[in-house]
Write a protein that binds this ligand. Structure first.
Ligand SMILES: O=c1ccn([C@@H]2O[C@H](COP(=O)(O)O)[C@@H](O)[C@H]2O)c(=O)[nH]1
Length: 237
């Protein structure tokens, strides 16, 4: 009997309609990957599509990056949890009180989703971060925000794989590291700055890699998913 392990791959469903997303998801099954629903698809297709995807058995990362005052974020996290998603996120730069409030709201639930914090967007480099008034290197700011997220009781961080090793050493094995900015060898970087290959990312200790365009814009998405999964499983020791 073949036992299929749950994949460490999260595919970003950055499509502009439910039809496009479902056509893409149709040949997939839950052991192949988890699925991420972000702004574009959620604005276009809404909660109904999320319910359809969870109904197919997929773990859904609802990537809406909540960033508002504590009361508002706590309330929206509770609403989002009604969609039975596996994971959701808030912006760590919303502050400690906001993260405490989000965590407290979800902790009231019998079966809360994982709550992680976005650190410094993987599209940003040191110069772009400093333009926003943050006088730190991106890796140091990620480390700082991870400390706040851990203090607030969150389950982990969205960061780049380039920061994973240091975060793992400091915050331990239970702290989830979820990393976009993943580019298979030869794939276009696009607007991503802090990038790494799937294989290297897993070696750096990340828990999940997020991959969008290299899969969704490929003419052979299933092959790429299979190749990435093979890369993730067959790690040199
Ligand atoms: O720091 C972040 C946070 C979220 N994202 C999201 O991940 C995917 C990446 O897609 P690619 O096409 O593989 O670049 C996308 O949905 C982003 O919104 C991120 O890239 N960086």
């Amino acid at each position: 009997m073949e036992i299929k392990m749950s994949s460490k791959l999260i595919v970003a469903l950055d499509f502009s309609s439910a039809d496009q997303a479902l056509e893409f998801v149709n040949p997939l099954s839950p052991p192949d990957c988890k699925l991420k629903v972000g702004f574009e698809l959620f604005v276009s297709a809404g909660p109904d599509l999320v319910r359809t995807l969870t109904g197919k058995g997929f773990d859904i990362f609802l990537d809406l990056k909540f960033h508002d005052i504590p009361n508002t974020v706590a309330s929206v996290c509770k609403e989002a949890a009604k969609l039975d998603v596996w994971m959701m996120n808030v912006h760590a730069s919303g502050g400690l009180e906001m993260m405490y409030a989000a965590h407290a709201a979800l902790s009231e639930l019998a079966c809360p989703p994982k709550l992680i914090a976005v650190s410094v967007l993987t599209s940003m480099n040191d110069e772009q971060l400093q333009e926003t008034g943050v006088d730190r290197l991106a890796k140091d700011q990620v480390f700082h925000l991870a400390g706040l997220a851990k203090q607030a009781g969150l389950d982990g961080m969205v960061c780049s794989a380039q920061e994973a090793k240091a975060l793992r050493q400091q915050f331990g094995d239970e702290f989830l590291l979820v990393t976009p900015g993943i580019r298979p060898v030869g794939a276009e970087r696009g607007d991503q700055s802090r990038v790494m290959t799937p294989r290297d990312a897993i070696q750096e200790g990340v828990d999940y890699i997020v991959v969008g365009r290299p899969i969704t814009q490929s003419s052979t998405p299933l092959e790429i998913i299979r190749q990435i999964n093979a890369d993730l499983v067959h790690q040199p020791v």
